[in-house]
Design a protein around this ligand. Structure first.
Ligand code: NAD
Length: 244
């Protein structure tokens, strides 16, 4: 896959899966914007990745930040071809104990953030008559998970957003797809209890946790010309967990 002259924005790419997605795009010759909450962090990460990679701070729940992110990206690279909605958080607890603020925060970042970014990306991509939008959902959005009602709802919502956007944008040369990772070893999953980790891993057919690179490979495929006839799809990257 060669992404020469293509520009990619990856939200929440200061660490974890997003960072590895950014690295893989750079390895395959793309211009890449690493974006996350902290300017110092994104500049450091972009410097470490090297290549045509820059860091621009953006909180995906703040419209002004997204406007600046897109403006600066276009100033630097001239266009925006690929957007990966990766920023996401968890605030896990049972429904009966879940605060309204934890519901709102997870929905705001994981779902509304992706909507705001998609809206601006779509406007630009429609004019270009080309674009690729890839949303990082979760198998929890497909199956639900006890203790993650807010997260499951946000990730299921992302799948709905993916399909609706695919229907609206296909005729303008824009594809919209989602990846649904299973249990991927990152700082996010490191925070889970050993009990929860074991419960997940026991169900994985391919007996290991996934790596950020397992997810990045599918993101790059959806972004590539090879995937130009695929839109509105959700691909689980879960070692067989959802069929187990
Ligand atoms: P992570 O916590 O390591 O990284 C998430 C990043 O998003 C962080 O750098 C964080 O600062 C950033 N972020 C948080 N709020 C933000 C905001 N408002 N604006 C911009 N950036 C923000 O998590 P990860 O494991 O790398 O997960 C990346 C994505 O993959 C998330 O959407 C997550 O839900 C999804 N996912 C992860 C797993 C897994 O097992 N790790 C499984 C399924 C889905």
């Amino acid at each position: 896959m060669d992404f020469k002259n293509k520009t990619v924005i990856v939200t929440g790419s200061g660490r974890g899966i997003g960072r590895v997605i950014a690295e893989q795009f750079v390895k395959n010759n793309a211009n890449v914007v690493v974006s996350d909450l902290d300017q110092g962090q994104v500049e450091t990460v972009a410097g470490e990745i090297g290549g045509n990679c820059i860091g621009i701070k953006a909180n995906v729940t703040v419209q002004k930040d997204i406007d600046i992110l897109f403006d600066k990206t276009r100033k630097e690279f001239g266009q925006i071809d690929i957007v990966v909605n990766n920023a996401g958080i968890t605030r896990d607890t049972l429904i009966i104990r879940m605060d309204e603020k934890d519901w709102d925060m997870v929905l705001d970042i994981n779902l509304k953030g992706a909507f705001l970014v998609t809206k601006l990306a779509a406007k630009i991509m429609m004019k270009q008559r080309y674009g690729r939008i890839i949303n990082i959902s979760s198998i929890v959005g497909l199956q639900g998970n006890a203790g993650q009602a807010n997260y499951a709802a946000s990730k299921a919502g992302l799948i709905g957003l993916t399909k609706a956007a695919a229907k609206e944008l296909a005729k303008r040369g824009i594809t919209v797809n989602a990846v649904a990772p299973g249990f991927i070893a990152t700082e996010m999953t490191e925070a889970l209890t050993d009990e929860t980790k074991d419960a997940f891993l026991n169900q994985v057919l391919i007996k290991r946790s996934g790596t950020p690179k397992d997810v990045a490979s599918v993101v790059l495929f959806f972004a590539s010309d090879e995937a130009s006839y695929i839109t509105g799809q959700v691909l689980a990257v879960d070692g067989g967990l959802t069929i187990a």
